[in-house]
Design a protein around this ligand. Structure first.
Ligand code: HEM
Length: 490
């Protein structure tokens, strides 16, 4: 009897094994047939990895349609390149696109899994977004306006001193604002500030590591366990951590001495029990805001003969009353000018990658779970059905027949859905006040001896203009401008 039982057990386990294998087979073949029966959006036969520039992608969108895909094996890259599809996919399906694709080099190694913009779905991103929302939402952003105004005044003084360095002055402005908000730095920030110099070194490293295909480890993650692999990434990680933790320690000491100015970092340190962030997370959250805020806002615009209708700014702010935040809603031409600058030359032309966490069906096609999905800002903001003559720089396209900014035409410059930029209120305020004061103080024209090449941008996640010349002619005597901007109280 017992041998019968033994036999039964042995046989029973064989059956279980066979059934299990069958199941695996069925699941695999079902999955295989499912994958092969999925109709991906059309696209060129190019590999999904590697850097494809915005103009190349725009050609593909024109050729294949509003949503394209590139794939190799199970790697699928989907690019959304038109306005309505951005709404239908990137926004309406935002819950399925709140994740980020895995990035071994940029996120896991270089950023210890804590670089805000690369954190995948889960508890950490929820904490980061919640904590940053507290400090970057509209109400909080309004409290930074006096500081933004003060630093924008410095741009005018800097331009009077050295107009040729206009791109650097804007950089200094962006850095001053973000260092004030994040770390409570109230002393003047010079571009020779060691922290900024380090930041300048770090940003290209981070952005290059974020581009899929730069490092082999993104394709073969096992490499990260090979001793000696990615020595430079590890060295840069330590350098970055020292730099960011140095800043946080400075805030900590200011808090301990009761002299800390209000700031994001101070608040995160003081309320760390509420927001459940470890010290390491606080270090990276603060540092990520600096990286995101300093590099994006510092893109100054091509303002020559396209500058907004100056009568508007001059009429609104006569008798040495420079524009303030109070004038913003009235300066419709200026608002339209800024919107058009951000549309015409988007700050992040190719967008940032999202990851589909489940299959998204669109127009009979499937964006499969696991696909990397980009909303391509360059192509979306050139959708001819929405932006007539898209290559033409035309601020008037933003103004309705009632003379106000149209409320039915959107700009996706701050991204999409649940991962849209949390810094938009701060960014919009910085861009507005800097542009308003510069245009009130100077007529800005192209330098006839050095014409602007408006296609000369450094490629990358954030695209910056290559150096270009402008002529700044003060609208009043230099002395008056100097006195006015040196003496205006914050
Ligand atoms: C003109 C200036 C700016 C532009 C055009 C811009 C644009 C963007 C874009 C396109 C994204 C990605 C959205 C997506 O994945 O769909 C993003 C993310 C982000 N931005 Fe900005 N940004 C600007 C300024 C700022 C500022 C000033 C801050 C901080 C104060 C900031 C903080 C961030 C952060 C933390 C993220 C990551 C959000 C996430 O992954 O959940 N940005 N930004």
């Amino acid at each position: 009897m017992s041998s019968m039982l033994d036999l039964f057990h042995a046989w029973h386990w064989q059956i279980v094994a066979v059934v299990f294998s069958l199941l695996v087979l069925v699941v695999c073949s079902f999955h295989g047939s499912r994958t092969s029966s999925l109709r991906l959006p059309p696209g060129p036969s190019e590999p999904p990895l590697g850097h494809h520039g915005p103009r190349k992608i725009a050609q593909w969108i024109n050729e294949y349609g509003p949503v394209i895909s590139l794939n190799k094996g199970k790697d699928v890259l989907v690019i959304v390149g038109r306005y309505q599809e951005a709404i239908d996919i990137m926004e309406k399906q935002g819950a399925s696109l709140a994740d980020r694709p895995r990035s071994v080099a940029g996120s896991e190694i270089l950023g210890r899994g804590m670089r805000f913009v690369q954190i995948g779905s889960g508890e950490r991103i929820r904490k980061f977004r919640k904590a940053s929302h507290t400090h970057l939402q509209l109400k909080s952003a309004q409290t930074y306006e006096p500081a933004q105004f003060a630093y924008a005044r410095d741009i005018i003084l800097d331009l009077l001193d050295s107009p040729r360095l206009h791109q650097l002055h804007i950089k200094r402005f962006a850095a001053s604002v973000i260092l004030r908000i994040v770390y409570g730095k109230t002393t003047p920030t010079l571009l020779s500030d060691p922290f900024l110099l380090q930041l300048q070194k770090m940003i290209p490293r981070v952005q290059s590591a974020m581009m899929p295909g730069t490092y082999l480890v993104d394709k073969y993650p096992i490499l990260k366990y090979i001793p000696g692999y990615g020595r430079n990434l590890l060295a840069w990680r330590e350098e970055e951590y020292e730099m960011l933790s140095g800043k946080l320690n400075w805030v900590k000491s200011q808090v301990e001495s009761n002299v800390a100015a209000d700031s994001v970092a101070k608040d995160l340190l003081v309320h760390h029990d509420d927001n459940q962030l470890s010290e390491m997370e606080t270090t990276y959250l603060s540092g990520s805001l600096i990286g995101a805020g300093a590099d994006t806002v510092s893109k100054d615009s091509h303002i020559d003969n396209t500058q907004p209708n100056m009568r508007e700014i001059i009429d609104c702010c006569r008798d040495l009353n420079a524009p303030t935040f109070e004038d913003w809603s009235r300066l419709v031409q200026l608002q339209a000018f800024i919107l058009e600058a951000l549309r015409w030359r988007p700050v992040n032309p190719i967008g940032l990658p999202h990851r589909a966490s489940k299959d998204i069906i669109w127009n009979g096609m499937t964006i499969p779970a696991g696909a990397t999905v980009f909303g391509n800002h360059w192509s979306i903001s050139r959708d001819p059905d929405v932006y007539h003559n898209p290559e033409v720089f035309d601020p008037q396209r933003w103004i309705g027949t009632d003379g106000e900014i149209k409320d039915n035409m959107r700009l996706f410059t701050f991204g999409f859905g649940r991962r849209a930029c949390p810094g938009l209120h701060v960014a919009n305020r910085s861009v507005y006040i800097a542009a308003a004061l510069v245009l009130w103080s100077f007529t800005v024209t192209e330098d006839p001896s050095n014409p602007i090449d408006d296609t000369a941008f450094v490629p990358g996640i954030v695209s910056h203009q290559k150096p270009f010349s402008l002529v700044f002619k003060p609208r009043m005597s230099e002395a008056s401008l100097k006195i006015f901007f040196s003496s205006t109280a914050v």
